[in-house]
Design a protein around this ligand. Structure first.
Ligand SMILES: [Zn+2]
Length: 182
């Protein structure tokens, strides 16, 4: 798997972390997850136009909520907020995406996918194997990120949430329980 981050139009290609998860003195704030069947998960989210203390707090809570649930990604509608924000951590540190867009994708991967809003279940979904996306970071600065494998899959999955789409509608075959797989 490969993850690279660089500024839009910048020459600096050094990968760097977009968000420092250092608020360890603050209390964790876990938000209530929304589950499949909740109509909020099928709504189109609105763009974020400015960073406010409320949105910053939402993002911090989303990270706490994702880690608490052992997820690799979480989108704002999954905690009941119809804003185009998602967080992803596939094991190499957290990424925050505001108003993300896929600008390039290629290849194909077929494999199991799960969702914190559909707990305990997995299903086979085909996604691009390479995804390049642009988004805004916590400072509302544009960045571009590209990833393959799980990171590419996570971007597709989380960005779909912002358009009210759940992976269960793309599953090939049946959903299965985690314990059948393992
Ligand atoms: Zn999901």
């Amino acid at each position: 798997m490969c993850i690279m981050v660089y500024e839009n139009g910048g020459e600096d290609m050094e990968p760097r972390l977009r968000f420092s998860y250092l608020n360890q003195e603050e209390e964790m704030a876990i938000r209530q997850l929304r589950f499949e069947g909740d109509p909020i998960l099928n709504k189109i989210c609105r763009n974020v136009t400015e960073m406010t203390p409320r949105i910053k707090e939402l993002i911090e809570d989303m990270l706490d909520t994702m880690y608490e649930a052992n997820g690799v990604g979480l989108a704002a509608p999954q905690v009941g907020v119809l804003r185009r924000i998602c967080v992803i951590d596939v094991g190499e540190g957290p990424y925050v995406f505001i108003n993300p867009k896929i600008i390039e994708s290629s290849g194909e991967q077929t494999g199991d996918e799960g969702c914190l809003s559909v707990p305990g279940l997995f299903g086979c979904v085909t996604r691009p194997d390479y995804v390049k996306a642009e988004a805004l970071d916590m400072d509302m600065k544009p960045f571009t990120v590209e990833g393959t494998g799980l990171f590419a899959r996570a971007m597709c999955h989380e960005f779909d949430h912002l358009d009210g789409k759940l992976y269960v509608d793309m599953v090939e075959g049946d959903l299965h329980r985690a314990d059948v797989e393992e």
